[in-house]
Ligand binder design. Structure first.
Ligand code: FAD
Length: 531
């Protein structure tokens, strides 16, 4: 059978793209190399009876538009009420990061009256810039170097749609160019508040960066990229793990006829007379289609799947320098005994057993973790996002057992880095020792462990350099430069071959946006619109 569309990869963006196209009436076949859907948004039973979100672990960005359009709530998508994060702070003990502004302000007042007063103003400031970035996410980047009438019209329409940017231009530029540390220092004076507010940009975002790296201020805004008060619900841990998000998208697409095949590795994109006409699978099968969309990374697509002769060498050269190696890791532990942080009951936090702990007790801790990496060694005191999702969702582990999912940094990566068993054991021991430093009564004993380093994310998930975003979200790799200047609109140098992944604007995270935007471009190329 010949399809209208064949999609390489059933990551969440491939599935979103396919579901929208199937909904618009096209015949769609999605081919996934792995034995499960979701790409880096997956749940895997790494030990019998445990459901582990082996890559993405938190739903913070999936766009309400996608959830509602695809009616994901009808197909098993459910975000659970998740208790607030607790973060131990040097000299002050564990701080509960309440979501309610007034309660968090009270916590900040312990460190600085000035910071407590500044926090609501800071939030208001980001909330004013948030809508600009939310609007930008849905834009199909144009090429500002092209003069044609159509392009000039697109640019003019872009400028009009985003006119809010004009009055806020310098605020936006600050976020895109400044370091998180410098940006936060404009608002806050206390080390503790900076460590709390700066944890995500300086570590938790998964980029291999430090607190002082230029451009990291952008990650302070990530929380503003999603509206949380819509019928699509808020953010948090997902029932059944992150894989249920991808499964819900696949099921939603299936009712419009979208076919999804797992264990179906694409070996080659078939190109005839400069046009993509289908794919050849590793098992020798061919799947023909009117057009091909790749959810695999741009690098994998063009450096491995498309014949060299079909692509200008300049395009390949530029893709070669599109990237950024990851240095974050994940350690998953099956346990019966959970860390208990002394003192959080006093903050009104139940039994002192949080489902999420951030370990970054000071600015110096975050800086040292990165300095160790720059010196070529694993962070001696890693920053850690410790999640115990089974506290919220008991279906993730057998009765009486718990799952600890720990994300942290850094472990050097790239040529010469050792990501073997000895390194994994050393990481596990360092992670356990670090947690015990703040929860001394925890035994640190585990029944099973599973460690993922960047080499594993590259080999198993196909993430280039193990990068969670396919390529770093830095100024040189954003918007009309992502993945390659001149080809940021999901089109490629090969006719009827499109891209729909985190390699595209607006980058990584489980957002669904690259998949949605690619579906729009494809339908527009057929003279149609989204249904
Ligand atoms: C450790 C880690 C933690 C993260 N934490 C979070 C988080 O908490 N929250 C969040 O929102 N985001 C998080 N992310 C980022 C997020 O998971 C990714 O950015 C996002 O899932 C990328 O989705 P995608 O569909 O664009 O690409 P991918 O998920 O990379 O999907 C690409 C798909 O293509 C398939 N494929 C590749 N080559 C072929 C081929 N030749 N044939 C067939 N199939 C192929 C792959 O197997 C894969 O399924 C995390 C990522 C990592 C690695």
């Amino acid at each position: 059978m010949k399809y209208d569309v064949v999609i390489v990869g059933a990551g969440h963006n491939g599935l979103v793209c396919g579901a929208y196209l199937a909904k618009a009436g096209l015949s769609v076949c999605v081919l996934e190399r792995r034995p499960l859907v979701g790409g880096a948004c997956a749940t895997e039973e790494v030990w019998p009876g445990y459901k582990v979100s082996t890559a993405a672990h938190m739903l913070g960005l999936l766009q309400p538009r996608v959830i509602l359009d695809l009616e994901l709530q009808k197909f098993g998508y459910e975000v659970l009420a998740t208790p607030p994060i607790v973060q131990p702070i040097e000299g002050a003990g564990p701080i509960v990061l309440w979501r309610e502004t007034e309660r968090l302000v009270q916590q900040f007042a312990r460190f600085s009256a000035k910071d407590a007063a500044a926090y609501p103003r800071y939030l208001q400031h980001l909330a004013q810039i948030g809508p600009i970035f939310r609007q930008l996410m849905w834009e199909i980047p144009f090429d500002p170097s092209v003069m044609g009438v159509g392009n000039l019209r697109d640019m003019a329409m872009f400028a009009w749609r985003n006119r809010g940017l004009v009055g806020r231009f310098h605020d936006v530029a600050d976020l895109l160019t400044m370091s998180a540390y410098d940006y936060l220092s404009r608002w806050f004076e206390s080390d503790a508040v900076k460590a709390i507010m700066g944890y995500y940009p300086a570590g938790g975002s998964g980029q291999s960066v430090g607190f002082h790296t230029e451009g990291t201020a952008y990650f302070l805004l990530r929380g503003q990229l999603r509206e949380n008060h819509t019928p699509a619900g808020g953010t948090g841990l997902v029932r059944g793990g992150m894989g249920t998000v991808a499964e819900a998208i696949a099921r939603s697409g299936a009712r419009f006829g979208m076919q999804t095949r797992i264990d179906a590795e694409v070996e080659r994109v078939l190109v005839e007379d400069g046009k993509a006409v289908g794919v050849a699978l590793a098992n020798g099968d061919e799947v023909r289609a009117n057009l091909v969309i790749s959810n695999a990374s741009a690098r994998h697509t063009f450096l491995n799947l498309v014949d060299k002769s079909a692509v200008p060498s300049d395009f390949r050269t530029k893709l070669d320098s599109f990237g950024g190696r990851a240095t974050a890791f994940k350690v998953h532990l099956a346990v019966t005994d959970l860390p208990r942080l002394e003192g959080i009951e006093a903050s009104g936090f139940g039994e002192g057993r949080p489902s999420q702990i951030t370990i970054a007790p000071s600015v110096a801790w975050l800086e040292q973790a990165y300095a160790d990496l720059q010196a070529g060694m694993p962070s001696r005191r890693p920053y850690l996002t410790v999640q115990i999702p089974s506290v919220v969702d008991p279906t993730l582990a057998p009765a009486g057992h718990h799952l600890m999912s720990i994300y942290g940094g850094h472990i050097p990566s790239g040529p010469g880095a050792d990501h073997g068993e000895a390194t994994k054991q050393a990481v596990t021991e360092r992670v356990i020792a670090t947690i015990k430093q703040f929860a001394p009564s925890w035994s640190g004993e585990y029944l099973h462990r599973h460690v993922m380093l960047s080499a594993d994310y590259e080999a198993q998930f196909g993430l280039p350099g193990g990068n969670p975003h396919h390529a770093d979200l830095t100024l040189s790799q954003l918007f009309f430069r992502r993945p390659v200047p001149g080809f940021a609109d999901h089109r490629t140098p090969v006719r009827d071959l499109f891209l729909c992944s985190a390699s595209n604007h607006p980058g990584g995270g489980v957002t669904g946006v690259p998949g949605y935007n690619a579906a729009r471009v494809v339908l527009r190329s057929l003279g149609r619109r989204l249904a």
